[in-house]
Design a protein around this ligand. Sequence first.
Ligand code: FAD
Length: 373
Amino acid sequence: MNRRAALKTLGTAAGAFLLDGCMRRGSQVVPGHPPELLHLPRVDVRPELEIRTVVGLRPFRPSGFVVRAENVGDKLVVHNYGHGGGGVTLSWGTSELAARLVREASGARVAVLGSGAVGLATSRLLQERGYSVTIYAKDLPPNTTSNTAGAQWYPFLVYEREHATPAFMQQFVEAAGIANRRFQLMVGERYGVRWIPNFYCSPDPYTSGRFAPGNPLHQFLVDVTAIEGPSNPFPLPYVRRVQTMMIEPSIYLPALMSDFFVAGGKIVVQEFHSPADVAQLSESTVVNCTGLGAHALFGDQELTAVKGQLTVLMPQPAVNYAAHFGDDYMFPRRDGVLLGGTHERDVWTLDPNPDAKQRVLAEHQQFFSGMKA
Ligand SMILES: Cc1cc2nc3c(=O)[nH]c(=O)nc-3n(C[C@H](O)[C@H](O)[C@H](O)COP(=O)(O)OP(=O)(O)OC[C@H]3O[C@@H](n4cnc5c(N)ncnc54)[C@H](O)[C@@H]3O)c2cc1C
């Protein structure tokens, strides 16, 4: 599945944003047109600048993530998994919804399965409620999918519109709001979270279409501005600028682990193969944050992989904006300039795809060499 196909089929506001989004904030169109050319540094895209290519498998469910409780033997298992391409973004929100389902008395011991962005946020929220938390996980950062994420704050590739129920949409919007607020409080060096401008570039005009005022994610589009005519440095005529938070996983995840340990948390490296393994744990409440692992562990057949690949170039500190065009996107981070644009559904291999890498590099090279200096 390429990004354009993904955006057409998936009911995400990001899809609407890229394909036919008329830029609005709340219910108002924002008609910003800076009169002069925006001076932005070009990204230097050359194969010689590559420092790594990484692959991750997004834990995707067409009907969206799972946050619910069930009894497994004599344990309460609270599920919190299946966030697709928005797991970092939504982590604090779905984890808050999951934490509300934990009914233990304060001070009780609670187990969390998984140590990605979702497991760590869940663990911290449980600690903030006074629980004594142990994380059980087969892999820890830097070896989780969450380390592979971009990670722009925006819920992208989270569900398919035709499969999402009203109850899910309610959870989704509530989770996005909670998470957005929490990340705002983490902006700064310690957590590697910052606001940056994003430029969405298109050959076609943005029309109202799916970006209608009723879109529940409008509230998260900050400072939307049209950059067109003489002010537009990009090689595509229709450009919208919007501010979003950017999260650097290699700073953010260790910082969360450190907070977890300072609050008395423990980590046990352990793989679980079946619910019977989970039933052996001594804690009577378990929160399942195993991401794609829930497919095998809890037999969730709807959960599938959407493979994503990022080619990372040497850091370019002068580049402090993100760009999105067609299937592709560029995120500038301190650990490198990320070039992405692949979404292969039901592909479970972590092997890099050399053809996809060549395509992504060539498309970014063409795009940035066409930018006005
Ligand atoms: C290329 C790419 C770009 C992305 N960009 C973004 C982005 O810009 N913004 C965004 O919000 N998201 C993005 N994502 C999506 C994001 O990475 C995922 O949604 C997120 O990492 C899911 O987090 P998680 O904690 O649920 O899972 P994971 O990070 O996979 O963590 C799962 C944890 O569970 C453990 N586990 C699994 N199975 C078992 C088992 N059987 N026994 C014991 N432990 C187990 C694992 O070891 C791990 O510790 C991107 C993903 C990719 C691949």
